[in-house]
Design a protein around this ligand. Sequence first.
Ligand code: NDP
Length: 485
Amino acid sequence: MAVEAIKSHIGGRAVDGSGTPFDTVNPATGQVIGRVAAASPADVGRAVAAAKAAFDGWAGTTGTQRGRILREAVRLLRANRDRLARMEVEDTGKPIAEALSVDIDSGADAIEYFAGLAPSLHGTHHDFGRAFAYTRREPLGVVGAIGAWNYPIQIACWKSGPALACGNTMVFKPSELTPMTAVALAEIFAEAGLPPGVFNVVQGKGDVGHALVTHPEIAKVSLTGSVPTGRKVAAAAAGAMKHVTMELGGKSPLIVFADADVENAVKAAMMANFYTQGEICSNGTRVFVEASLHNRFMDALVARTQKMRIGDPMDPETQVGALISADHRAKVLGYVEAGVKAGARLVCGGRAPADPALAGGYFVEPAIFDACHDDMSIVREEIFGPVMTVLTFTDEDEAVRRANATEYGLAAGVFTRDLARGHRVVARLQAGTCWINTYNITPVEIPFGGYKQSGIGRENGLAALEHYTQLKSVYVETGDVDSPY
Ligand code: NDP
């Protein structure tokens, strides 16, 4: 297989980075698919300078002009769905069925939504008789954005859509493990007519991210990543009082009451744990089931999970692909071992599949642990793989207390047929996004982000506009200045 040279994209051009190059592999085969020309700190400086140079021009366009270019990028994203989805599958190991139905389109949806809002961005007017005031909603400047590897193009779109619609420019660093589609997005933006320098991509590892975050010309940092990285990045940004959006990890609860529709609850629990091999930040990995429903729930859950098709991610029938890397698989299998040692009952999965055709990739069969306790590491820590933990509870207060007993607060779900209880429980859950009788649905119209350690700020929805703009208040006197002097 040809090994692709993966470059940065600076000032409208593909650029060979002058940092230390590294290989990127297809997680489903372990084969090298690309050689990444990493950026050096000097390259990061060039990218930020290009974004800075493009800022006045881009911020000076009207919202309608920005929206038009962004909508053309949306058209191109959708027209290139197949090509981009295949690229994403090669890079991430996720099933092509998912990439075709979710990844590209949810990225395109975000850009389309903010393209539509761009012409309507406005300030307010305040009348004080012979004086008046108004506010201007202004862009922040150059945004430094850093992505995780689980939804590479979607994350790049979720960040660039609102940032660019608001008149900012951006330097984006994808995860070192998934360098390909951010460059494809930069090319699409260029083809759509985005001026050079408005959206730039720098390739590299954490050191490149650090150089970006600490660059003095970066006005705002937007990170999607783990809590430990978020702490480091937020601390580095705080040194220069930069704005931050932090989309971080989670260990979210899914509470299933005894009156729930069992089939729907089981389907949602599987979606909440096994979609994208469990590599989703908002996953409901602590499934609290009311004790009287436990046996019925488990029977249905295990029967369905055992039917899941694990295999070549490029096969449209595949439902479970490969984990992102050998290291990550080792981490996930380490958690499975720790769960067994701690006394949880491994009901199914949790191993590499026996199929020799999959031996080169980083596959793990979806695992369900029953008889879990709140203090086990598999229940407390984010595993970011296909590992579900099931716990039982006996009353509502107990379920809420245990669901909230975590440093995380990204998401939560409740299954019940009792409408009053559903709303009462979500009102008490400490989480940025809550679902009643479903899980992991994230339309662009609703804000997404974390409580507690799971993050700062919100992506999507009108709320994102607050995080990519700043307000200037202007007071205008039309009469004489009142003065005691
Ligand atoms: P990491 O925190 O390891 O990395 C995130 C990004 O930060 C990567 O691009 C990484 O580069 C970069 N980075 C690492 N160190 C630094 C540093 N010191 N300064 C600046 N940048 C740095 O997360 P993963 O990529 O492993 O992604 C998984 C995590 O992301 C999970 O915790 C998951 O929950 C979370 N996530 C959160 C989402 C949300 O919206 N809340 C959505 C998706 C994922 P490199 O890859 O090269 O190390």
